[in-house]
Design a binder for this molecule. Sequence first.
Ligand code: SF4
Length: 511
Amino acid sequence: MSGQDFYNSHRSDDQDRLHEECGVFGLYDPRREFEVARVTFFGLYALQHRGQESAGIATADGGPRLRVRTSMGLVAHAFDESDLAALSGHIAIGHTRYSTSGSSIKSNAQPIVVNDPNLGPLAIAHNGNVVNAAYLSEELGEHGYSFSCTSDSEVIAKLIVSMPGRNWTEKIRAAMGRISGAYALVLLTPTALYAVRDPLGVRPLCIGRFDNGGWAFSSESCALQTVGAKIERELEPGEIVCVDADGEHRTLYPAGERKALCSFEYIYFARPDSVINGLSLYMVRTEMGRQLAREHPAEADIVIPVPDTAWPAAIGYAQEAGLPFAEGLIKNRYIGRTFIQPDQRLRSQGVALKFNPLPEVLRGKRVVMVDDSIVRGTTTPPLVALLRAAGAKEVHVRIHSPGMINPCYLGVDTARRDELIAANMSVAEICKHIGADSLGYLSIEGLRQSIGLPERSNCFACFNGDYPVPVQLEMSKLNLEARRRHLGAEAIDVVGEREKEEAEGLALALR
Ligand code: SF4
């Protein structure tokens, strides 16, 4: 069997990656100078790496109704010129989704719109995962609330509506006392834009300003740059920001000392041109590579990255080791990402042509291959085989994250514990399994030092099991859905339809 055949038959790249969570974006244009839907479209376009299953934009113009357009698929395919023209107004929120809770179906696409009998409509876009969503959902059900989709984001929205309060800020603040887990939110009312970050700060959310005085909110700073806003700061954990005709209003929900920004944002999720906690992701990843070289040196001739995410770490490794950096694998960037519709059958297709080796670079060389992570261990063996088939004499695999031994319950689609290779094999066994000459993972302490934030600033739970909130072990991303089915799906579907009709009274669903 040739290297390419082996590679084609074994490669299941998509299953062996951690999947990003979601991207959220918000915009308030007090001078009404922008086409807010168009700006939001490009903001979402810059956040596409955080979710490829669905996209949506909601806008408000001060009138009683919100305008909403959601669609399955990539941002570029979700909207056309007529959608953007119909999404009028001076305030907008947007969302690009990877399903960490609930199925990949259109009814789970966001923004979601709910109605408060006193305050009117509210659209919500959420990044994260609520660990007590099933409990809150049942409790809300007992109080007469029903659900039209199966994501935890709708639970947040309905919980906010159910809370006591004279205005949205009071209701949001009250809801924050009930929600356990990760949430970075942008919310839209007919006259105001809200941005909310959970008290642990698990998911990133930043604020930017335009020269004309407008505000932009984004999961990552790279999207602010894309739309011409300057990053002002990040929301603090527990912060609620409201922007309306009177300007910006800030409320802080009391957060404890413990913070838990996901360390995988630094390793892999966020774009390298983003800045989180004042740290350039590119520079942090380069430092991870340097630290990896100190912890796991190798007798080698060249250092290559698994493109694209491992580039900065491979550069750092090469610099520290004093070895030449080279490209040994070329990725086809136009082949498309197969988790647009992540069912098992589709996942196993279309990935075989993603990488080609460069024999001219690899032949006769002892190669260090740097990658960001090994999840199930299905991707690395065919990559190693590919390098050997292209003539590499030795392959030393270096991973710029620690071994993943626990699933994530805070908004990242990892795998079950029994599927995580590092939870079930020793490093020596994994090395044999992937067919490498040697294997080294970055240590947790090395990761912590590379990020450089104080102790207990980040979440490392998938590496050390120290979850920042109590979690129900082996909670599935379809948990809420299964629970609702158990309670009687028919009733929920009927109510869902009725609610959709009701929603049309308060939000104009486009197409
Ligand atoms: S468990 Fe891992 S992936 Fe999940 S939030 Fe914590 S560090 Fe991130």
